[in-house]
Design a protein around this ligand. Structure first.
Ligand SMILES: Cc1cc2nc3c(=O)[nH]c(=O)nc-3n(C[C@H](O)[C@H](O)[C@H](O)COP(=O)(O)OP(=O)(O)OC[C@H]3O[C@@H](n4cnc5c(N)ncnc54)[C@H](O)[C@@H]3O)c2cc1C
Length: 386
């Protein structure tokens, strides 16, 4: 993401965040969806407001924020512009690894809002099984490594300043090694514009690497330790923020639905739709599902704060619950708002499309159910990464 010439000093106040969501990101959201254009203006404004650096350590200029704060940011954005929210979600997930294992200059650049990152895990060969990359990292002399891979989906492809990139190890045992790959590296090829069903502005294109040369120092953590890093650092962040994303979309759908029910009339009966018992009950059922997710997400964040055994299970459960709930509420909102929701102008069909994304994002709902079953039954998460 290009740096602004006169970036204002970072004052990451919630008032500034609220203002830029209201005045910039929300007004552009329909156009981003219609045209599939990457929301550069919004992301740049978030960067200038310190939002990209929220999770960075204060020692490196970061905001020193926590996952709860990041979840609130992602939830708010998701209800307004799903594409912008997903770009930020992926950036936060990548930034957790850079914060732990990356170079100081990149950490400072993220903190200053000069660096957007993302995850490049999913591959054509192993698909949503992110734990089993087929892409390779081959030694090219003592100091350099050549990366080859077919990444199937990368949010902010061609827009990000770096990719947190998974490969098979160079020499070590183990399923995965992680790298910090600069966005402009020679040999990286972004496979065309993203033309998706939902999150249409998030530039989720395939990315191919053919002999991409990176220094050995671009490795994030030890050779072969990438899956451990992914599970310990990326997964909690990604799963919690995905749940917050789903909740934001769900809440927006319910707000739009409530407004429709309250303001739309059946003139021959002299009633609003809200005065119809069947519509009321259906709305109440959807609302109950959304509120269940909110309580569960709060509980998950509390479990993470407290540490201990239940946190792992809650983190695995929360994305599955929130993602499936978003899809069900979106379907319910489309039904409740009837033909009106089929028109783009109302905003329900955009959120319907956005709501369906997280359940197929890895780990998918099916994978999470398996992980939850394994955790609950005392089995290892993976029987060796295959
Ligand atoms: C909008 C969007 C943005 C994305 N951004 C990124 C990104 O930034 N970085 C990144 O790395 N990836 C990203 N992805 C990719 C995502 O994480 C998944 O890898 C991808 O959506 C999986 O699609 P697929 O067709 O390969 O699924 P497949 O792996 O073919 O799965 C298809 C279906 O089969 C199910 N399934 C698969 N294996 C099993 C099994 N063993 N048992 C039961 N069911 C199974 C899955 O749950 C899924 O429902 C993104 C995806 C989307 C949609």
């Amino acid at each position: 993401m290009p740096q602004t010439a006169d970036a204002p000093s970072r004052t990451s106040t919630s008032a500034r965040f609220d203002a830029l969501v209201r005045d910039l990101i929300e007004p552009l959201a329909d156009e981003v969806d219609r045209t599939g254009r990457f929301p550069r203006d919004g992301v740049r404004a978030l960067a200038d407001a310190g939002v990209l650096g929220l999770l960075g350590a204060p020692s490196h200029g970061g905001g020193g924020g926590n996952l709860r704060q990041a979840a609130a940011v992602v939830e708010r954005l998701a209800g307004v512009c799903g594409s912008t929210a997903m770009v930020l979600l992926m950036h936060y997930a990548a930034a957790t690894v850079i914060e732990a294992h990356g170079p100081d200059d990149v950490r400072r650049a993220i903190a200053d809002g000069r660096h957007l990152s993302t995850l490049a895990f999913s591959e054509h060969g192993s698909r949503s099984h992110f734990w089993a990359p087929a892409g390779t990292a081959a030694a090219d002399g003592p100091d350099t490594v050549l990366l080859d891979a077919h990444k199937s989906w990368v949010t902010s492809a061609g827009e990000a300043d770096s990719y947190v990139w998974s490969s098979r190890p160079v020499r070590a045992d183990g399923p995965m090694t992680l790298w910090l790959v600069p966005g402009g590296s020679a040999g990286l090829d972004v496979g065309g514009d993203y033309d998706g069903f939902g999150l249409r502005g998030n530039a989720s294109s395939p990315v191919t690497a053919k002999g991409v040369s990176v220094p050995v120092t671009a490795r994030l953590g030890a050779d072969g330790e990438g899956l451990t890093t992914a599970l310990e650092l990326v997964l909690p962040c990604f799963l919690v923020l995905s749940a917050a994303f789903s909740l934001g979309v769900t809440q927006a759908l319910l707000d739009l639905t409530a407004r429709h029910l309250r303001t739309t009339r059946l003139d021959h009966l002299g009633q609003t739709l809200a005065e119809q018992p069947v519509a009321r009950r259906h709305y109440a059922e959807l609302r109950l599902r959304a509120d269940t997710v909110r309580a569960f997400l709060d509980g998950t964040l509390a479990a993470l704060d407290a540490g201990g055994g239940t946190a792992t299970l809650r983190v695995l459960q929360v994305k599955a619950l929130a993602g499936e709930t978003a899809a069900e509420v979106a379907d319910g909102a489309m039904r409740l708002c009837g033909g009106s929701a089929f028109r783009r102008g109302m905003g329900v069909e955009r959120r319907f499309r956005d709501a369906l994304a997280t359940r197929v994002m890895a780990p998918t709902t099916e994978a999470l159910h398996d992980f939850c079953g394994r955790t609950g039954l005392g089995l290892p998460l993976f029987e060796g990464a295959r």
